[in-house]
Write a protein that binds this ligand. Sequence first.
Ligand SMILES: CC(C)(COP(=O)(O)OP(=O)(O)OC[C@H]1O[C@@H](n2cnc3c(N)ncnc32)[C@H](O)[C@@H]1OP(=O)(O)O)[C@@H](O)C(=O)NCCC(=O)NCCS
Length: 285
Amino acid sequence: MPASPPVWGAESRPPSLPGDLVSGPTARGPFASLTAHPAARFTAGSTEILVACLDLAPDAVHNLAASLSDSERQRVNRLAFHRDRRRFIVARARLRQFLAARLGIRAESVELASGSHGKPELAQRFAGTGWRFNLSHSDDIAVYAFSRGCRVGIDVEALRAIHDADDIAASFFSRHENDVYRALVSHDKPLGFFNCWTRKEAFIKALGDGLSHSLDSFDVSLAPGEPAKILRVGKTCGDGTGWRLDSFSPAPGYIAAVVTECHRHRQRLDFQTARETFHSTAFQD
Ligand SMILES: CC(C)(COP(=O)(O)OP(=O)(O)OC[C@H]1O[C@@H](n2cnc3c(N)ncnc32)[C@H](O)[C@@H]1OP(=O)(O)O)[C@@H](O)C(=O)NCCC(=O)NCCS
């Protein structure tokens, strides 16, 4: 048995959340305005989000490694540090479990492929199921987003001091974002920085383009206390961008964002499917 709960709330149901997503927790200095929430599984519109802890005991990691493919094992072997090997094994094995539960197959039977810029996706033979997903990890936290028929991207970051945050914002945020960031009072700047970073990253990951996508071609909201929104994509502003953005804290000291493509005609179906999956999925090591 793992030393700590393998997936928060997956085995023991999380308390229900007020509304869709919450801006969560941490007691860290400038991030103290966030409120903690140990939720492991919740929804953002039609998108399901799961949170996993990657810090498991060696025997649990060993058991999970059995579901990895040969190429995944080769990737593990290329990692120099034990901690990185453990994190990759658990993150990838959890992904396989989550996908297997949705596909009705065994975790080791899940076949993954890679998009042109490295975004993992289900192999062609599962394309008919419509399942899309994305994941992100930071330290010992992994977050997963699952959607049926809609492109989705997710990003998580450990909240930490960044000594050159202002320079990074000037280089990587859009002009509008940098203006908003610079206008923040100093107490709000650290969270504003990570709000912007995770939201931009989640959007890029939804597109799957990686660093080939211009970071200046879209704007996100970032000011603490204001709703998470994609404000502009190209020349399209406001609600017409076709993307939904949500921000949440998966664990104390972490901030995350999830971006989902809006397909109005699919959302009702996806929501029903998500609810059914929520009630039927269980995980065992
Ligand atoms: C992979 C990438 C998309 C994100 O990397 P990262 O932030 O270091 O790491 P994350 O933990 O958030 O995400 C990594 C996971 O994303 C997935 N991923 C890899 N390439 C991806 C892509 N092109 N699109 C979406 N997801 C991708 C993988 O599952 C990967 O985990 P794995 O390798 O263990 O399976 C990165 O290559 C990238 O291009 N980042 C953009 C960085 C940037 O400029 N951000 C600006 C914000 S202001």
